[in-house]
Design a protein around this ligand. Structure first.
Ligand code: BDR
Ligand code: CA
Length: 320
């Protein structure tokens, strides 16, 4: 068996974040070394409490490091309680909740230290606003060369699926801190972003979630419970029966990249005006006049997904 890939999971739990976190924990291909939290789906105290709750309830070994409470330069957007509930986990009762504290080190410093202790070995999976990553780059730019890969859930490139979910052209994680996202996409590390182009094409139906409850023990039952208000949101807004698989799709990319088609090119983020938070890729090899994409690192976006294969991977991993 090959050595499991070491993962730092940067997250704003969040219903689909919980689905992704328990997927990482269940996968024999992955070794979760740390959870770092960020504001986003709720305020930082709530997302950190939720990460600690999931750790305690499902017996995760990885330490939890609390991250930043606000974007780099602008005020925090209101929490999307209409999507993730007041408690960030669909307002499902957090049974057995006991007060727990995160590690004392801030999230961005934990990312730096773990990258230095494990050079070239860690894949950073980031599924919230990218502020902790930008803070790590600022504090220690070398971190970009010390991580193996960075895999993000974020952005929308107008290739397929939805071009935006908080504005007609912006995806939530990028829109919540556009400046941080632009810094992350233009840093010299290997970034793949799993965007709305593919995540809106993978749907966990109520029947899928019921089957997960039957096969995946307490984790399956918990995920089924929190998926119901999430599915109600998608049903009301998009007419979808079930819920989009956002954050778990980024995890699936790490486990089995052959489930996706990707496209290479520099990525920039719009940081002002009506398209705030829009992600734009200059496709590698296409010729233009001088532009803001010149001399930027070539990163990857996802342009296609094997939805059935991804759902099968999730169900099999959780049920094993
Ligand atoms: C992303 O935004 C958050 O609400 C979800 O957890 C996911 O990371 C989807 O746009
Ligand atoms: Ca998230």
């Amino acid at each position: 068996m090959t050595t499991p890939t070491k993962i730092i999971f940067d997250t704003d739990p969040g219903i689909d974040d919980a689905m992704a976190l328990l997927f990482i924990e269940a996968s024999p291909a992955l070794d979760l070394v740390a959870v770092t939290t960020v504001f986003g789906n709720a305020d930082i105290d709530t997302t950190t409490r939720n990460a600690l709750y999931l750790k305690q309830r499902f017996g995760l070994k990885a330490p939890v490091f609390k991250g930043t409470d606000k974007p780099l330069t602008r005020p925090r957007n209101p929490s999307p309680t209409f999507v993730h509930g007041e408690n960030g986990l669909g307002d499902v009762e957090l049974t057995g909740l006991v007060a727990a504290q995160p590690e004392t080190k801030p999230a961005h410093q934990a990312i730096i230290d773990l990258a230095r202790e494990n050079p070239g070995e860690i894949t950073l999976v980031a599924v919230g606003p990218l502020t902790n990553l930008a803070l790590a780059l600022k504090a220690d730019p070398e971190v970009a060369r010390l991580l193996k890969n960075v895999v993000i859930m974020g952005g929308a490139f107008g290739v397929a699926g939805k071009p935006g979910n908080v504005t007609p052209v912006a995806e939530a994680n990028i829109w919540n801190d556009p400046e941080a996202a632009d810094q992350v996409f233009t840093a010299p590390w290997h970034v793949t972003t799993v965007s709305l182009d593919v995540t809106t094409q993978v749907i966990m139906s109520p029947a899928f979630m019921d089957a997960l409850e039957a096969s995946a023990g307490p984790a399956g039952a918990f995920l089924n419970a929190i998926s119901k208000p999430y599915a109600a949101f998608y049903g009301g807004r998009d007419g979808i029966v079930g819920c989009c698989v956002h954050d778990a799709a980024a995890v699936a990319y790490v486990i089995d990249p052959s489930l996706f088609q990707t496209r290479a090119g520099a990525i920039r983020v719009v940081t002002e005006g009506i398209a705030l938070g829009q992600t734009c890729q200059k496709v590698d090899g296409e010729l233009f006049g001088p532009s803001a994409w010149d001399d930027q690192p070539v990163q990857a976006i996802t342009v296609g997904v094997n939805a059935e294969g991804l759902l099968k991977l999730y169900a099999e991993t959780m049920g094993a």
